[in-house]
Design a protein around this ligand. Structure first.
Ligand SMILES: [Zn+2]
Length: 376
């Protein structure tokens, strides 16, 4: 069996180039996960997702506990088999969705009691149950259940919330069933307060998790504040374990976070945008529904090697979106995922070459250009 491991292969200032090994294979870092919330990357087959370069998938405990239930997934051989994804899988704890998606939700020291957003049925999610669900799903990386401190919380509110999350982290560590090639990440909370972030890291370090999630960011605090928090948080996190910035972010958020030492990312942005018509390109972004693309025979991005850009014009994609054809969402999602994976690949290459600062300067220069002029 393979032990769960993180190998640091190269650094460029605070940025890190690494590799995580799990029972279901390895993934290179910095990485961007394929968002497979309900055990599917929306509008993509597994082969399409793999072809973008994604190596790690993230699935959602909240959604899967309601449908089809973790017990059924276990009965069918676990998530890898169920969704035909043989690579590593990370699952979130369900906490964020319980608070943001469910109907009535009551939080207390024991956990959360909430109503399903699907049928109104009542459920309980405790640290122990969340660990049990993630084990039944056969997730390679289990995330601790934590309380998501809201943006704008006072120091007192953030402290109370963070300390509850740390007590839950201890319960999660106890409930976690250790297996070769499987790991568990604690989640750093403490909002925008340096002393609280430090206290949280200290508590998690003592519990000796296999990695660290950085929680409570990318929730509306703005990029400057987010980077500021990373600047005072990251130096306290052990260097020999992977760091996962949860729910982040835009291409620019990712580039800045990689510079500050983050190794793993996930965000619904490329897939969600792919279904609503927003495309990420080297020169920023575009909305394919805009009339300016109606007669444009060029690809979304002339520098992109994805199958969408190799085979289809902006005019065709514009037509698909205007007619609400499913293929439009598929092709744009494919391009956006490819864009994100290519960004990660280039970031990894720049860290290896020790040229990350130059790469980042180029990145911002290109983003600032904006989309090419319309044709005709
Ligand atoms: Zn493309």
């Amino acid at each position: 069996m393979t032990a769960f491991a993180f190998d640091l292969l190269a650094t460029d200032k605070n940025a890190r180039r690494g590799r995580v090994t799990t029972a279901h294979g390895t993934f290179e870092t910095p990485c961007f996960m394929a968002t497979a919330t309900a055990a599917t990357v929306k509008a993509m087959t597994v082969d399409m997702v793999k072809a973008t370069g994604a190596e790690l998938a993230i699935c959602n405990t909240y959604h899967l506990m309601l449908r089809p239930t973790p017990e059924r997934v276990a009965e069918l051989g676990g998530l890898h088999k169920f969704m035909n994804w043989q690579g590593p899988i990370l699952t979130d704890s369900g906490g964020f969705q319980v608070m943001s998606l469910s109907g009535l939700c009551k939080m207390n020291e024991d956990g959360a009691i909430f109503q399903s957003h699907v049928d109104g049925s009542r459920h309980e999610l405790t640290p122990e149950r969340s660990m049990d669900i993630q084990r039944l799903l056969d997730s390679n990386i289990t995330m601790c259940l934590d309380e998501c401190t809201k943006n704008g919380a006072s120091h007192e509110e953030a402290a109370t919330s963070m300390r509850r999350s740390m007590r839950w982290a201890e319960r999660c560590r106890k409930a976690f069933v250790r297996r070769e090639g499987y790991g568990q990440f604690g989640i750093v909370q403490g909002s925008v307060y340096a002393d609280l972030r430090e206290e949280s890291i200290k508590a998690l370090t003592e519990l000796d998790f296999e990695g660290f999630g950085i929680g409570g960011l990318a929730i509306g605090e703005g990029q400057e504040m987010m980077f500021n928090v990373l600047d005072f948080t990251i130096p306290h996190v052990q260097a020999d374990k992977p760091r996962y910035m949860m729910g982040c972010g835009t291409p620019s958020d990712i580039v800045g976070s990689v510079q500050r030492g983050i190794d793993m990312f996930d965000c619904v942005m490329p897939t969600r945008s792919g279904r609503t018509g927003k495309g990420f390109i080297k020169r920023g972004s575009l909305n394919i529904r805009n009339a300016r693309h109606a007669r444009d025979p060029r690809p979304l991005d002339e520098s992109c090697t994805c199958p969408t850009c190799q085979n289809y014009s902006r005019a065709y994609l514009h037509h698909l979106f205007r007619c609400e054809e499913i293929l439009g969402a598929m092709l744009l999602t494919q391009h956006n995922l490819h864009y994100y994976q290519n960004l990660m690949k280039e970031l990894r290459g720049a860290i290896e070459a020790g040229t990350l600062d130059d790469y980042v300067a180029d990145f911002h220069e290109n983003q600032a250009l904006g989309d090419v002029a319309a044709v005709g």
